[in-house]
Write a new protein. Structure first.
Length: 338
């Protein structure tokens, strides 16, 4: 009997492992279709409270869906256009970055013995670096990628529009799950409203700090800090790395470490004091789970996966919370008595 129980349990575990592997493979293979759909649904959940308020005022649901679609797509396009100069700045500064890195390696080699071997390897890797620089996307690559991007954008727009338009009908069709879905939606919307407020503050502080110490493009650094902070852990690391490069390009000596150090101080204050106070402990999530979810989303779907990983995790966390499960169970038990 014990052998049979263990065998059945082992079968369930193996079936679960195979299901997770198959689901992961399906998600990765369907990236071109699933990523814009999930991103649109997450964005629709975030704007759902605004949609409900506009509908309660008396605005037709179709007009609300069109309005929110125009606003969200315009904001995304504006953010992309505003962040583009920062990327162009990095591309233009690649020669200066190489020269600064060479000087830095030379200074370190004067202090640390035995660094000559590493320097020789770096010198030998210069042709490869130059080759990678020349391997920038060409016009042909851009033309080839345009239809693919257009198809994904069409899927995103269509999903967002019809989700906002028919969200009430979709939730009404699930029966007893509707209260749980709406509570999960409200939790995600509240969380991202608070996080957006915090990120806007962090971006403003970052821009003011960079302006005060003389870093080029301070407004763009503030914008990048506000946007990338949606990707917990990974986003701030990217900003620190970028500011380290900017400091290396603009300043010399210990001054070159000032931009990333000041941002680390601002981010530490935000993460440990401001965000817990604004967001509250009710929606606190396990840091390890958050990190693994973001890394998994980044590996699965790239930047889009890293952005949607946290809201999806929070949505399922609220949906599967014991409080909600017990409430649903109690409602199911009371329903026959009625």
């Amino acid at each position: 009997m014990l052998t049979t129980v263990l065998s059945e349990r082992a079968q369930r575990v193996m079936l679960l492992i195979l299901t997770v592997i198959a689901l992961t493979g399906a998600l990765q293979l369907g990236q071109q279709l699933l990523a814009p759909i999930v991103f649109a649904v997450v964005l629709g959940i975030v704007v759902s409270p605004l949609a409900e308020r506009l509908t309660d005022v008396g605005i037709p649901r179709v007009a609300v869906a069109i309005l929110l679609l125009l606003v969200t797509t315009s904001l995304i396009a504006l953010l992309i256009l505003m962040i583009e100069p920062l990327l162009n700045m990095f591309i233009e500064q690649l020669p200066r970055l190489k020269a600064a890195a060479t000087r830095w390696i030379a200074s370190v080699s004067d202090v640390l013995r035995g660094i000559e071997t590493i320097s020789e390897e770096i010198e030998g890797a210069k042709p490869a670096a130059e080759a990678s620089e020349s391997a920038l996307p060409t016009v042909r690559d851009a033309l080839w990628m345009a239809p693919n991007f257009g198809a994904q954008f069409f899927v995103f727009v269509g999903t967002l529009f019809f989700f906002v338009l028919t969200r009430n009908e979709l939730y009404s069709a699930v029966g007893t799950l509707e209260p749980k879905l709406r509570k999960a939606d409200r939790a995600v919307a509240r969380y991202f409203a608070a996080v957006t407020l915090v990120n806007a503050g962090l971006g403003t502080v970052t821009a003011l700090i960079m302006l005060a110490i003389g870093v080029d493009y301070p407004m763009l650094w503030g914008l990048a800090a506000a946007i990338l902070n949606y990707m917990l852990y990974l986003g701030p690391l990217l900003i620190i790395f970028g500011l380290a490069i900017a400091g290396l390009l603009q300043f010399t000596g210990a001054m070159s470490l000032l931009p990333p150090a000041l941002f680390m101080l601002a981010n530490f204050t935000e993460a440990n004091f401001v965000t817990p106070w604004v967001v509250g402990q009710r929606l606190a999530m396990n840091p390890l789970g958050v990190f693994v979810a973001i890394v998994f989303g980044l590996w699965l779907w790239g930047p889009v996966g890293a952005i949607v990983a946290l809201p999806v995790m929070l949505w399922f966390g609220v949906l599967m919370s014991p409080e909600m499960l017990n409430r649903t169970l109690g409602a199911d038990q009371l329903q026959p008595a009625e």
